[in-house]
Design a protein around this ligand. Structure first.
Ligand SMILES: Nc1ncnc2c1ncn2[C@@H]1O[C@H](COP(=O)(O)OP(=O)(O)O)[C@@H](O)[C@H]1O
Ligand SMILES: [Mg+2]
Length: 314
């Protein structure tokens, strides 16, 4: 009876040990599985999720117009193909945009140079000849005896020639304002303000001279804005502000007129946007109906101020 009892005890001990071992193996298996899952998740996060997130972020920047968005090319397999594809696509877009901006800038500059040449030719050629003809007629008049049959036609001739000179001067100014090349943006804006039929409050702080293409663009922005104010706005006053800061010339032209201006309705504002964008600048029109019109233009005057990453808005 005692031997039977002790045998049962030994069996109990053996089966207890076996159960413990089985439990330990189970727990170890569980820990190993959890560790494996953890390691795999970490691997997935590092190799798939993080690169996809980086690609998504870069795509967002690209969609916002930042063509310099790039991702590190560290991925393997398809992820690596995606990263390299994204980078080469944005690099191509970036290069093409730079080429386009450079060619637009060349077109604007060469058109301006042609206009300037025409203005010079008119000024030095036909305008001078007309002025000397007026002087000749006056001199001839002085030598002739006064007679109604002669004096009156000569007077009319001298007056007509004088008017032709004035008209030619006006046309020359429209082609290229001589004061801009001779004296720079500040004096040219003052001349524009003086000629404006709507009173202008002028605030100009432009030290020295700026690159020619920038001066010409800034001049045309103010000139078109003042013409538009006179033509369309029924305003009582227009304020013109031109400042140079942080490598950019900033223009603000605001009238208190009818508002409702839109780019694209005519050629003026659209032409300004094209011209300013060609120089890497920004141009905006804010013109709610009944609340006046405000134009903003920013033009880089140095390479540092140029930011091709941000397209001009309209
Ligand atoms: N300052 C302004 N106030 C009110 N309306 C304006 C103003 N500027 C422009 N507009 C409106 O926007 C249109 C587009 O202007 P623009 O491109 O200069 O063309 P254009 O002057 O040749 O008609 C104008 O036809 C006019 O209706
Ligand atoms: Mg116009």
């Amino acid at each position: 009876m005692a031997a039977g009892l002790s045998l049962t005890r030994a069996e109990q001990l053996r089966s207890g040990a076996a159960a413990w071992r089985a439990g330990a193996v189970g727990v170890a298996g569980l820990v190993a599985s959890v560790a494996l899952i953890g390691a795999y998740s970490h691997y997935l996060a590092r190799v798939v999720v993080a690169p996809v997130r980086r690609l998504a972020g870069a795509t967002r920047r690209l969609a916002d117009g930042d063509l310099r968005a790039r991702v590190p090319e560290r991925g393997a397999g398809e992820i690596g193909v995606l990263e390299r594809g994204f980078n080469s696509m944005t690099a191509t877009l970036d290069r093409q945009r730079a080429e386009l901006a450079a060619s637009r800038s060349r077109i604007v500059t060469s058109a301006d140079q042609a206009r300037r040449r025409i203005e010079r030719d008119l000024h030095d050629g036909i305008q001078q000849r007309l002025v000397s003809l007026v002087l000749d007629v006056r001199a001839t008049q002085a030598t002739l005896p006064r007679s109604p049959g002669l004096t009156e036609p000569l007077d009319r001739l001298a007056d007509a020639l004088g008017e032709a000179v004035d008209e030619l001067r006006e046309i020359s100014r429209g082609i290229h304002p001589a004061i801009l090349s001779e004296a720079g943006l500040g004096p040219a804006l003052k001349a524009l303000a003086r000629r404006s039929p709507v009173p202008v409050e002028l605030d100009v702080d432009v030290p020295g001279r700026l690159p020619e293409a920038v001066e010409v663009a800034a001049y045309y922005v103010v000139s078109e804005a003042l013409t538009n104010t006179a033509k369309h706005a029924e305003a009582t006053v227009v304020t013109v502000r031109a400042h140079v800061a942080d490598g950019r010339v900033r223009l603000r032209i605001a009238d208190d007129g009818a508002g409702g201006a839109t780019t694209g309705a005519g050629s003026g504002l659209l032409g300004l946007a094209d011209r300013v964008e060609a120089l890497g600048g920004t141009f905006t029109v804010d013109s709610p109906p009944g609340q006046g019109t405000t134009l903003h233009a920013g033009l880089p005057v140095t390479e540092a101020g140029r930011d091709p990453g941000i397209p001009a808005s309209r």
